[in-house]
Ligand binder design. Sequence first.
Ligand SMILES: [Zn+2]
Length: 422
Amino acid sequence: MKTANATTTNSQFPRTIDLLFINCHLATMVKGAYTIIKDAALGITGKKISWTGEQTNLPDNPEKLATQVIDCRNKWILPGFVDCHTHLVWAGSRSEEFEMRLNGARYEEIAQQGGGIASTVRATRAATKEDLFSQASKRMDTLLKQGITCVEIKSGYGLDLETELKMLSVIDQLNQAFPQQIEPTFLGAHALPKEFKDRSDAYVDLVTQTMLPRVKDQKIASAVDVFCEGIAFSKSQTRKIFKAATDMGFRVKLHAEQLSDMDGAALAAEFNALSCDHLEYLSSPGAQKMAEQDVAAVLLPGAFYFLKETKKPPIHLLRKLGIPMAISTDLNPGSSPIHSMTLILNMACLLFDLTCEEALAGATINGAKALGLEQTKGTLEVGKDADLVLWDINTPADLCYLIGTTPIEMVVISGKVQYTNP
Ligand SMILES: [Zn+2]
């Protein structure tokens, strides 16, 4: 474990502190390493972190320094988790499909028979905004209690203009109603809707010519995603969508190389994508292009686990090339109904062979990087957003090691305590 030296602390004490944590240990995750400060304190002023350092460097009588002082009794503070890839808004249930799979059907077969994504699309089209909001709210609440302080949510279960806009509007409502920062992504090209069977180019035209301009006008998405795969959209169709999206000023990201090598990573790199996600079948040239363009790799061990995949993403290659590795729940009804980042940390370690430090960096600073938020989120540093979690653990590795428990004490978002474990 690396321990911080004086350069990661700031000795100058801020004029005012609203909330001061004392008697804690910090894993700041600066530069993707633990960067631990033992016997530390952390101050928050307004919505930002305003002081971090060893407690011995605090002025005398720390209880007089701040409006509120919290004695952490030797517990740990880490940055809040950034969940950079979710499909959190949906209607209906896929537990029947889960059962079908256990009875022998494969993911592609279920998709080809109109199950899979198509069944969620039917339910999501039929649902009212209020229904979608109410179901998604429960999931947002669970994520908060799991220490997830920032979450990306994709559309993509509408696959028509009206429902895609409905989903993005629900995501916007969630952003107003919940303390977590939400990054909305337009994923109109998630699957081919059945009314466009054998006319996928016509659907791509609908996405680029009708949906994208409306999404842009309404300012309800900050990025555009595509599912580039044999069962979804080809590389040339993905290129068309990326071209239209980037011409309109959107950043792009890609579901790439999940079930086969479509050379999507190289295409995403060409468009300076924020991230390539899944990447089980990533090739060496594709990884090289990602490294050249500083594209983050988002690893989704939950989907790998749930689909009982066997081909792992090339972690050695990503490591060798210095590509930032993020991890995420991929929360969705079909392939990763997982609401727990600590479970994902464990899976990233045991299924993909990440170290605990890499997994924790993946759920914090590299998750932020995958959303273009690395300047404001993902580490405990002065000037960054005060999004953090107080954990009742003995060492940060406990978060990767323990299964079936979430030893959380408190969640702070934008400087405000948003959840305390009763
Ligand atoms: Zn996804």
